[in-house]
Structures are given as C-alpha cells and as structure tokens.
Design a protein around this ligand. Sequence first.
Ligand code: UD1
Ligand code: CA
Length: 477
Amino acid sequence: MVEIHVVVLAAGKGTRMKSQVPKVLHRISGFSLIDRVLRTAEAMAPASITLVVGHGADEVRESLVGPAKAGHHIDADVASTFRRTLQFVVQEQQLGTGHALLQARPILEGKTGVVVLLSGDVPLLTSNTLRSLIETHTQCEAAATVVTANMPRPFGYGRIVRTNGRISKIVEERDASPAQKKITEINSGIYAFDLAPLFGALDSIGTANNQGEYYLPDLVAIYRKQKHTVATWTVERAEQIRGINSRTELAEVSAMVRQQKNEELMAAGVTLIDPATTYVDRDVVVGADTVIHPCVFLEGSTKIGAACEIHAGSRIVNSTLGDRVCVRNHTVVTDSTVESGAFLGPFAHIRPGSQVGEDAHIGNFVELKKTAMGKGAKANHLAYLGDSTIGAATNIGAGTITCNYDGEKKHQTTIGEKVFVGSNTTLVAPITLADGAYIAAGSTITKDVPPGALGVGRARQENKEGWREKRRQKSSA
Ligand code: UD1
Ligand code: CA
C-alpha cells in the first residue's frame, strides 16, 4: 500500500466572509469547517496530516488541540482524535495556494508516497471520494490527479480546460476568457500528488495572474509541459465538493447538511413535524417514535430516547434524555440528564450538571442548576433550585428559591424524600430538610428540619377587627 500524507490548506483570511473569525472556524451544524475536513482525512488513516495555518493560526490551532475553551467542548473532543498525527506549519504571508503547499516541504521532503491535498473550506467531501481519488491516481500512475465536478453554475471556481479530452490546465474565474467561463467542469481544489516531483515543480509556479498569487492549479500545465501524467476524477454529486467562501455559501451548505441529518432521523423512525426548521447536530442520536416539533435545536452529543415529544422552540445541548420524556415549548436543557417519563417546561431551564429523575415534573419558569430531582419529584411552577438534591416524590411549591450563594461561596441544599415545600419558601443553604418534612408556605428556612417535622419560618399574622370602619370614621372627622 502506498503511503498517504494529507495536507490541508487553512491559512487564508476568508476575505469574502467579512469576519474576525478565521474562515475555517466557522461552523456548520455545530462543527467547524476544519473539524469536518480533518475527520474525513483521519478516516483514511494517513501516515501524517499537516495543517497549513496562517491567518488566525493560534485560534485555529487552539480550536483543534486545546486548551479547550468554554463552549468549545466539541473541538476539545476532536483534539484527542487528531493530536496523535496532526502537525502544523505556518504560512506567514498568504501568497496563494501553491505557496501554501510549499510550506509543508520541511515535513514531507524525503518521504515517498502520495500527498492528498485538501482545502480547509470544502467541508462535505467524503472519505469515499478520497479513496476513489487515490485509486485513480495510483492506477494512472499520475504525477497529479485533480478532483473535478460538473456544476451548472460554475461561477467562482477554477475551470478545467481539456484538449482532446485530456486535462491541459486550470484557469481561475478571474483569469478566464469568456469562452473558458462557459466551461462547467470545475476544480474542487482537492488533489492527489506523487511526492517525488512535487516540491521541485511547485518552485516553478509563477505569479502571472490577476491576483499576483502562486496558484497551485498551475501545476497542471507545468506537469503537462514536462510530459508527466495528470489525471482527473469527477465526482457524481457536485454538492460534496462545494467550497465555502461567503456567508451565503455557509448557509446553503448548512441547509444541505441539516437536511441530510433530518433524512437519516426520519429513516430511523423519528417524526419531524417540519424538517425545514429542525436543527440537529451531526452526532445527535434520537430514538424511534420521538416527535420533534418545529424550531427545535438538538446540539452536541445529545441523546434522546424513544417516544419522546420535543415541542417547539426547545434547545437541548449535550444532554441525555430517556424514553417518553415530554419537553414542552421553549425549554433549554444543557449538559444534563433527564430520565424516562419526565416532563419539562414549558419555559424550563435545566442548567449544567442537573439530573431529572424518572417521571419527575419540572414546570414553567423553573430553573435547575447542578440539581438532582428524585423519581417522581415535582417542581411545577416558578422556582430556582441550585446546588441541591431533592428526594423522590418530593413536592416543591411555586416560588421556592434555594439561596445557594452567600456572595462568596455556593452552598448545598439537601431535601429528602416525600418532603412538602410550601409555596414561596426560601431555603438558605447550607440546609437539610429530612424525609417527610413539611415546610409552611412563605417560610424563610435557615435551620435544618428533622424527619416528619413542620418547619415554619414566618411572622405570625395578626387580624385587627373593625379596622377598616375605624379608619373611615377617622378620615371623615
Ligand atoms: C481554489 C482554487 C480553484 C478551485 C477552488 C475550489 C486556487 C488558486 N484556486 O479557489 O481553482 O476551484 O479553490 O474550492 O487554488 N489558502 C492558504 N494560503 C493561501 C491561499 C489560500 O492556505 O495563501 C487556503 C485557504 O485558506 C482555503 C484554500 O487554500 O482553505 C483555498 O483558497 P481560496 O482562496 O478559498 O481559493 P478559491 O478562490 O476558492
Ligand atoms: Ca475556496
């Protein structure tokens, strides 16, 4: 087997994105463009992967090999996959794609085999296509093999110019004659190169073009002049080699990715009321007979069980839901676990580190943070439950607040099983309400409550008989 070395070009600024963020860090369904390209590369088990970075080099490197930034958990995940083989080279000035590949010379010189060149901004390429590319390249004993596609609207891409059916050169849009602009076979920017002649030939690329850049596609004409074989491999589905250069293309490709994921879900028995407004990240798993309503976002490593119902406007991030869970409208769940048969929302906020037990109910305007709700426990309305453990079958009344923060530290609230917490109770942590405790409504509880005891922490009510009439007489006097 021939040795494969992958080089990914990701140094460009992405001027057309009009962004402070390096182009390859823009995301499609939760994953950066570069993350997607690297996963495809990794699937070929290459001997090495070299990433050419430049614009935003540190940011790109950090997104892939950490340190993991808050909110960038997915890339941190990827880091562990790629850390073994990924090497970075910096292209200080972005002088063109030919110049970019030259930066990999110190790493690849002296090695043999095939260089597979990928573009950091072509995220939908499949590893099957790459396998076919390598196969064609090896069979033709080519010095270079270009992946091409036929696009009815080829605007912006390099065009494949053929003489007597064989590729003779590639012309960029900006340099193309009106006749060449009509060519619909385009350059994907993905190639296989035989390593032996590669770097020598790259040295002879010039800058005589509209942008004054070193164009990698010029290698085709150079090789043809040197009588080297140049082959092509044409993909059937042109969508998979679409490059992303603008926000419009980002949105279009995102829509394609989303549609594909949605079709997979439906094929697996999930009902999507409106696939056009269902947003599910690549690695999300959903069980059969689950119904997903419009405008639902399922993100990151989320797993949803069977026969759940996820209502409109909900967002579930890196969380696991059991079977038959009902998530009512506009509920947000992050980094949490919800067991089978539970009800959430509408308008519930389940923050990181929470566990909602089997058949538990979390109602409207209830916020949980690092809180475990036991089996069948209920907090049906208007509550903040933070840093707390709540036992099975306990009822948390409307307006209950755990006062978990004293301005310096967070404190724990422990509530046993079958506890009844009356409405509008404040629980000043650290505090423990033992099994079967009963808290009078409107209490401020600052001392632990023993098992089965009633805790009352409020001013006694006083009724003044005839007060209203007395006041009336006073004011008319
Ligand atoms: C390139 C090809 C074009 C092809 C298209 C396919 C060239 C000159 N043209 O055009 O024939 O149809 O891709 O998508 O190659 N990059 C660097 N350093 C640089 C310049 C670019 O690393 O100095 C990287 C970019 O970050 C990007 C990739 O190379 O990931 C392609 O560059 P881009 O400017 O997007 O090229 P296109 O104009 O799309
Ligand atoms: Ca591009």
